[in-house]
Design a protein around this ligand. Structure first.
Ligand SMILES: [Zn+2]
Length: 102
C-alpha cells in the first residue's frame, strides 16, 4: 500500500477517497477514528491518511490527487440544497450529492 494523501480534515480525505473510488481505485483510510482527543496543536501523526492498496493503480491515483489539489486553490462552493461548503474540486456536494452550480 502507498500513502497518496493526508490532511488534518477528515472530510477532505474522505472527499479524496470518493474521487479515487469513483475512478475504480481501491483505497484505505488510516487514522480515520484517531482524530478525536488530540489537543489544539495539529499532530501530524494522527491525521487521517489515504492509502492506495494496489500498486498498479498508484500512478492513476497520484494523478487524480495532484489534479484535485491544484483545483483546491479555487474557492469553495456553497450547496444550495443542504447549505454545505464543498471544495472547488468536487462536482457534487459531498453531503447530499447535489450537482455543483455552474
Ligand atoms: Zn448539499
Amino acid at each position: 500500500m502507498t500513502l497518496v494523501y493526508t490532511h488534518e480534515n477528515l472530510t477532505l480525505v474522505m472527499n479524496m477517497e470518493a474521487a479515487l473510488q469513483s475512478a475504480g481505485i481501491k483505497t484505505y483510510i488510516k487514522n480515520q477514528f484517531s482524530a478525536g482527543g488530540r489537543g489544539e496543536i495539529p499532530c501530524f501523526e494522527t491525521w487521517p491518511e489515504l492509502w492506495v492498496t494496489s500498486e498498479f493503480q498508484l500512478e492513476q491515483a497520484k494523478e487524480i490527487v495532484a489534479n484535485i489539489m491544484s483545483q483546491e486553490q479555487q474557492p469553495d462552493w456553497h450547496c444550495k440544497n443542504c447549505d454545505e461548503q464543498n471544495g472547488a474540486a468536487f462536482d457534487f456536494c459531498w453531503q447530499c450529492d447535489a450537482a455543483k452550480p455552474s
